[in-house]
Design a protein around this ligand. Structure first.
Ligand SMILES: [Ca+2]
Length: 339
């Protein structure tokens, strides 16, 4: 075990779930903050496979169950993981790192921590006022996102039900899903993966937040769609009113976005975890009911609804809609999850 300490941050490295011969010279390093920047935690010389999880102690250095997972990464993707961290109010924060000899399912794409510009500029064609103002958003942790929408086969296997409007076809995305049912699916998937030993410690399957969704959809781009600004290319990347024949299509048939996510534009809208709210400084959207965010557009939509920033179809969480599907992320649980 290696323990490092600085004037403002304390780190402990615990490699508790591994065979000793795989540990090698694993270390955690702390890079001091520079002006206007955060401290950075780096894990180096980790084993060549498996998953590492960064944990933070709630409220100080506590033993027992007060550690919460805040970040994870597959070490073969990022041998030197760097995570910006902030000291707590008291001027100190305690982190530890664990490593597991596991691989998450191959359909789960790892999305690195980062920052992006959320929303669309005022001159983007087809834009709605609630997509602004464009604002910088930090995704504080790495996470995994399913490269596909959840299929009927996956849903039926886990839930023993299938509310879809289409004939049963294994690779068609499940639709007519309520927000509550999507969350129930995520809970059951978490339990199933825990039992199969492929769940990173402290992580759960859940719906993406709206910010996580747009960050993953954009995949580093700032254009209207993840492939560019022009709707002429849309039919190669997403199912919409112009190419779908009015029905959802099997997942994964078109070109994925730059990070490997299929049907992130179109096919089915995808439920997000968040309650719909205006962006900071944005349009004051007064609602009498709780609406949940849906993203990405669907097979029945005009092209502009499939844009990366479009958020014009929030729905009640119990709404059962032929255009509604979802995809899962594998991420730290959100304490602030609502409803
Ligand atoms: Ca979609």
């Amino acid at each position: 075990m290696l323990y490092r300490e600085s004037a403002t941050l304390c780190l402990s490295l615990a490699l508790a779930w591994t065979a000793p011969d795989l540990l090698g010279q694993s270390t955690v390093e702390l890079q001091p903050a520079t002006a206007g920047d955060a401290f950075k935690l780096s894990a180096v010389n980790l084993p060549k496979r498996g998953v590492s999880v960064v944990w933070k102690a709630a409220g100080g250095l506590a033993k027992g169950g007060d550690w919460s997972a805040v970040h994870a990464f597959p070490v073969q993707k990022q041998a030197e993981a760097t995570l910006p961290i902030q000291p707590g109010i008291a001027g100190s924060a305690f982190y530890r790192l664990s490593w597991q000899d596991i691989a998450v399912p191959p359909n789960m794409i790892w999305i690195p921590q980062g920052e992006f510009k959320m929303g669309s500029p005022e001159d983007e064609p087809g834009r709605y006022p609630d997509e602004g103002p464009v604002h910088e958003v930090t995704i504080p942790h790495g996470f995994w996102m399913d490269q596909y929408e959840v299929t009927q086969e996956q849903f039926e296997k886990l839930m023993q039900s299938n509310p879809s409007s289409t004939f049963h076809t294994a690779n068609l995305p499940v639709n007519r899903i309520t927000w509550h049912e999507a969350n129930d699916y995520c809970d059951r998937l978490t339990e199933a993966e825990k039992h199969s030993g492929t769940l990173p410690l402290g992580f759960v399957y859940r719906l993406p937040t709206e910010a996580e969704w747009e960050y993953a959809c954009r995949a580093g781009t700032e254009t209207a769609y993840s492939y560019g600004d022009y709707t002429e290319g849309l039919s190669q990347h997403g199912w919409w009113a112009g190419n779908s024949d009015g029905l959802p299509d099997p997942v994964g048939k078109l070109t994925p976005n730059p990070w490997g996510l299929y049907d992130i534009h179109g096919n089915l809208f995808e439920w997000c975890l968040d309650t719909y709210r205006p962006y900071p400084g944005g349009r004051d959207f007064t609602l009498s009911t709780v609406l949940k965010v849906m993203r990405g557009g669907a097979y029945y939509c005009p092209d502009y609804i499939l844009r990366s920033a479009c958020r014009n179809e929030p729905q009640k969480p119990d709404y059962r809609w032929v255009l509604a599907g979802f995809r899962v992320v594998l991420a730290p649980p959100l304490g602030q999850a609502e409803d």
